[in-house]
Design a protein around this ligand. Structure first.
Ligand code: SME
Length: 165
């Protein structure tokens, strides 16, 4: 049995440090990307409060050989399967390679609503050798849920797991 539980009353930096350590321990030595993303989605769900969706979209070439995002392992309600680059918060993060911290999804032009309960969103690209390989997507039902601390913590997680997904 795996028992990775965040300690209670942690400040965000320490909580994200423990999350990165747990993800490192859980994926160490495992080469199956789907298994690793599935376990990391479960860890994000356990460690990050006030989420309604936590998971991955992977960069995949479509039939026209253009890159798009395809749904990966997640926790939450069923979600959009394919997202073109430049569309939505995830497609913007993938195309730009930049973290997207959205305080109010209704104010983000082109936001793709997979769960009507979502109010704020954080999307962090995962880079391997400079290229975006996937994005981590977190949704919250609370407006303004995510801060710079969350962005820094999830960016740290993305670096930790980049070569294991
Ligand atoms: N809201 C995202 C789509 C993915 S769902 O939130 C899981 C977007 O605008 O790209």
């Amino acid at each position: 049995m795996y028992d990775f539980q965040p300690d209670s009353d942690l400040d965000p930096a320490e909580r994200y440090r423990q999350l990165a350590d747990a993800a490192d321990a859980l994926t160490n030595g495992e080469i199956d990307a789907i298994a690793n993303m599935a376990n990391i989605a479960a860890l994000m769900w356990e460690f990050i409060p006030d989420l309604n969706w936590a998971g991955f979209y992977r960069v995949v070439s479509n039939r026209e050989e253009a890159d798009e995002l395809v749904l990966g392992p997640f926790v939450g309600r069923p979600a959009c399967i394919r997202i073109p680059f430049h569309q939505g918060v995830c497609g913007t993060a993938a195309a730009s390679g930049e973290t997207q911290l959205v305080h109010d999804v209704h104010a983000f032009a082109g936001h793709i609503a997979c769960d009507a309960a979502s109010r704020s969103e954080l999307v962090v690209p995962i880079r391997v050798s400079g290229a975006v390989k996937a994005v981590i997507d977190l949704d919250s039902p609370m407006a303004g849920r995510f801060t710079g601390d969350d962005a820094a913590g999830v960016e740290r997680l993305a670096e930790t797991i980049a070569d294991r997904i």
